[in-house]
Design a binder for this molecule. Sequence first.
Ligand code: HEC
Length: 108
Amino acid sequence: MKTIRKSWPIGILTLLLSSTVFAAESENYDAAAGYQATCFACHGTGQAHAPEIGDVIEWEIRSEKGFDTLVQNTINGLNGIMPPRGLCADCTDNQLRAIVEYMLEESK
Ligand code: HEC
């Protein structure tokens, strides 16, 4: 029991440190450019019936699932038509999260 209690602060410290790193990473990341590079091919054109950026109602309905679900569906893909990671093989989870945030921001 003692060891568990002792390990707590380290766990919390790791969490704090990693969230700082993530925040810094997404601050430097240009989500708009990331979007243009891959997601635009479908989400800018409605290709494969992708929900278009700027379509307020479409994104409002999807947002009801919750932001985290949208991010998870981006990472894992959806219904066989939204490809896993949106075809951006070298995007990190956090970069994908930043792009989804950008897409929602542009669709208000
Ligand atoms: C090959 C075309 C294609 C590309 C490339 C693509 N998407 Fe999609 N995306 C889709 C389609 C189609 C859907 C709708 C899926 C459905 O609702 O069945 C979708 C849905 C989504 C959704 C909504 C998920 C939900 O739960 O409703 C998000 C968020 C999303 N895409 C993000 C992205 C991001 C971020 C990228 C770039 C990294 C990307 N997509 C690239 C086709 C694409």
